[in-house]
Write a protein that binds this ligand. Structure first.
Ligand SMILES: Nc1ncnc2c1ncn2[C@@H]1O[C@H](COP(=O)(O)OP(=O)(O)OP(=O)(O)O)[C@@H](O)[C@H]1O
Length: 704
């Protein structure tokens, strides 16, 4: 039921009053910022004032988004508390217990609420209001929620606090001391819920958890940009937001490698390989270590140096800390022999460096991948010769010239932890699109958890790539579980309109037979449109359709498999269209070109999916990738294709052998190994030498 003009005017008067008090509070904060008895106190007060000011202003300007009246009286609910005179709340914060009834009231259980009112605002001006009267017999549709869902998208996810549904609210406030898995189909609000949960947590644990103690991890930079405004909008500006690649140290990225190599690098057994390889960097002393200090030689007996190494090794510290223990021990040995002044002198430092070299993660990994000998020694029985060959690569001449792949990043992180052990730990971690992460990536997340409190978000039916999962257990086994694990589903689909979802859901029996479809809550403007075209017309039609949507003011995503990308870009250019590419980490306001992988987690008013057959054929678990592509729209879906728009009968590509079984070696692995070796040869030697090198390789492999 919409509000009358008189009702809106009365509410507006209240909003104006609350805004006045909010203004006074802000002015008070300005005065506070200049107060402080000493510089330390002043800095603390200033920090408080700035945070409080951000919280008050970061909200979407309107003082409140809803109101409930019932047996408890009347309550206005907003993103932040606003007090009137004598600290009487004019607006309570959505985090407060008093606000719970706003989210939880239903026709079945009204929670004492007679009426729930939702405000639609432009700034602090009320444009409209809708009421749900719980005393009414008929079940009213939440018209405000439907209006919210129908609103045009902008490329940045918005907060949904005004329309959080009861099941979502329950997850937002679920106990935060354990590993919570929120699973649900596309558009069920998983991402939004996880972010509201962070805001909730910071509000209710503000004495113990600061915003900088919370980490939110997503799959890629575009996604982080997409979700980046939600927490500031809820008043938390300092939560640490990183895409999974940014957990690793800063290195040059961009190495492309075969999926087989990336798959091996993602496996948990790599952790053992790295630990053993690092241990192997600790040397063996000579029978007698001779040092020239000043003008005299001193001899350190093997047994004493070896004992110093053992003391270092047995210290419960990372590599660098143990090195310090060893160095102190050697310093003491040398002082006893040659006097206190000799400790730490160059020859002593050289001995320490030779036996226990100082290492960085990147230097260590470069040395390891660049040496078959080191790799073999560290691999033990855990890796086959073929796998070792896949891991081996020619090191760049300088460490600064080394280019790292995405799969190298968690290895660098693991190595950094083994070497320095100084990663920052967080009180709570949220991981979005967690279903795709490799065991090594999950280890990167796990080591940052101070308490085992994590919120893991994802959907098995959207799990693709080398680590495509069929159950959450395969993810959870790499995460801290000592504090308990809880898995809770979200069932209702808010994003995708019924007509579109009905089409996409036909993929589920092939893509993920164990996953139930979502229950869609609304209809879209029209059914999906299939544009069956000839090859020559595909890119042109894609672009025409996208331009038409953009001209209608819609935020458009062209989801395009990599093989069709060039033709699509050319057609965009030929049509004079401006577009943004998700590759560059941002979405524009009109037409966006995204790969199916980049599309994960994003949404658009209108989506144009290019050549579904190609998507299914080109990706492992391609039907899942197509399911992702088709479920990105909030309203319009167009499919432009030469082949089948819904290729259910196309064989699904199985996931690559990702198990930890070092036994099998397929023809496909052989092919990739050959490609890898050929690449190395091409990079390292002039063409005239290739035959000679290959002959020599043959001799090395068969010394007889
Ligand atoms: N209670 C709600 N009120 C208003 N909008 C909602 C609500 N729940 C979800 N939405 C909207 O539905 C869309 C999908 O939400 P979100 O991205 O969080 O879903 P998801 O489950 O993470 O999807 P995916 O699996 O595709 O990543 C967003 O636009 C979000 O704002």
């Amino acid at each position: 039921m919409d509000g009358t003009a008189a009702e809106i005017a009365a509410e507006q008067a209240y909003f104006d009053l609350a805004a006045e008090f909010r203004g006074k509070k802000l002015a008070g904060l300005d005065d506070l910022a200049t107060a402080g008895a000493n510089p330390g106190a002043a800095a603390r007060i200033k920090r408080y004032a700035n945070a409080a000011r951000e919280a008050l202003q970061g909200a979407d300007q309107a003082v409140a988004f809803g109101r409930i009246d019932g047996r408890f009286g009347l309550l206005y609910i907003g993103r932040q508390l606003i007090n009137g005179t004598e600290d009487d709340p004019l607006v309570v914060s959505w985090h407060a217990p008093a606000a719970a009834a706003y989210f939880e009231a239903s026709h079945a259980d009204t929670k004492g609420v007679d009426r729930k009112r939702v405000f639609e605002c432009d700034g602090n001006t009320i444009v409209n209001l809708t009421d749900v009267v719980f005393a009414d017999v008929a079940e009213a549709v939440d018209t405000h929620l439907l209006a919210e869902l129908a609103r045009g998208r902008t490329g940045r996810l918005r907060d949904i606090v005004a329309t959080l549904q009861a099941a979502q609210y329950a997850l937002v406030r679920a106990p935060a001391d354990r590993l919570l898995v929120i699973e649900g189909g596309p558009g069920t609000g998983k991402t939004a819920v996880a972010l509201h949960r962070v805001s909730w947590l910071l509000y209710h644990h503000r004495d113990t958890i600061r915003a900088t103690d919370v980490l939110v991890v997503g799959p890629h930079p575009t996604f982080m940009h997409y979700i980046g405004l939600v927490l500031p909008g809820l008043g938390s500006t300092e939560v640490v937001m990183r895409d999974i690649g940014r957990l690793a140290p800063e290195v040059t990225r961009g190495r492309v490698e075969p999926v087989e190599v990336a798959t091996i690098k993602g496996q948990a057994r790599m952790a053992g390989l790295l630990a053993r390889a690092l241990d192997a960097r600790i040397g063996v002393p000579e029978p007698a270590e001779r040092l020239m200090i000043g003008s005299r030689f001193y001899t350190l007996p093997h047994a004493e140096v070896a004992a110093a190494i053992e003391v270092g090794r047995s210290a419960d510290l990372p590599y660098t800390g143990r090195r310090e223990v060893f160095r102190d021990r050697i310093d003491r040995l040398v002082s006893d022999l040659a006097g206190a002044a000799s400790a730490g002198r160059q020859p002593v430092a050289d001995l320490v460096e030779r036996l226990w070299p100082r290492l960085s993660a990147a230097g260590f990994l470069r040395d390891l991948f660049g040496s078959l000998r080191r790799l073999r020694a560290a691999a033990g029985a855990d890796f086959t010769a073929a796998e070792i060959a896949l891991l081996h690569r020619r090191a760049a001449d300088r460490l600064t010239e080394e280019v790292w792949s995405a799969a190298d990043l968690p290895l660098l992180d693991e190595a950094g932890d083994l070497i320095d052990g100084d990663v920052h730990r967080y009180a709570h971690i949220v991981v979005d699109e967690a279903q795709d992460l490799s065991p090594m990536q999950l280890r990167s997340v796990a080591r940052r958890s101070a308490t085992g409190a994590l919120t893991i978000v994802g959907d098995i039916a959207q799990s693709t790539g080398p680590w495509a999962r069929d159950t959450w257990d395969e993810v959870v086994e790499h995460l801290p579980t000592a504090s308990g694990v809880e898995k809770v589903p979200l069932r209702y689909g808010y994003r995708v309109p019924r007509q579109v979802y009905e089409m996409a859901a036909r993929l589920l029996p092939v893509a993920a037979p164990a996953v139930a479809p979502v229950e869609v809550i609304r209809d879209g403007p029209q059914p999906p449109t299939v544009h069956q075209v000839g090859l020559a017309g595909r890119a042109g039609r894609t672009v025409t359709v996208a331009i038409e949507h953009a001209a209608g003011g819609r935020f458009v995503g062209i989801v395009c498999p990599p093989r069709c990308r060039r033709e699509t870009e050319a057609a965009l250019a030929a049509n004079g269209a401006t577009w943004s590419s998700a590759e560059r980490g941002e979405l524009g306001t009109a037409i966006n070109l995204v790969s199916p992988e980049e599309a994960k987690g994003l949404e658009f008013d209108a989506v144009v999916v290019v050549e579904p057959e190609q998507i299914v054929a080109d990706y492992e678990r391609g039907h899942r990738m197509l399911y992702v592509a088709l479920t990105r729209t909030t309203a319009y879906l167009d499919i432009v294709c030469v082949g089948d728009p819904l290729p259910l009968s196309l064989p699904a590509t199985p996931k690559a052998p990702a198990g930890d079984d070092p036994g099998g070696f397929s023809a496909r692995q052989a092919q990739h190994l050959a490609e890898h070796l050929a690449g190395q040869l091409r990079a390292a030697a002039p063409e005239t030498e290739w035959q000679a090198v290959l002959r020599r390789v043959g001799e090395l492999l068969d010394p007889s």
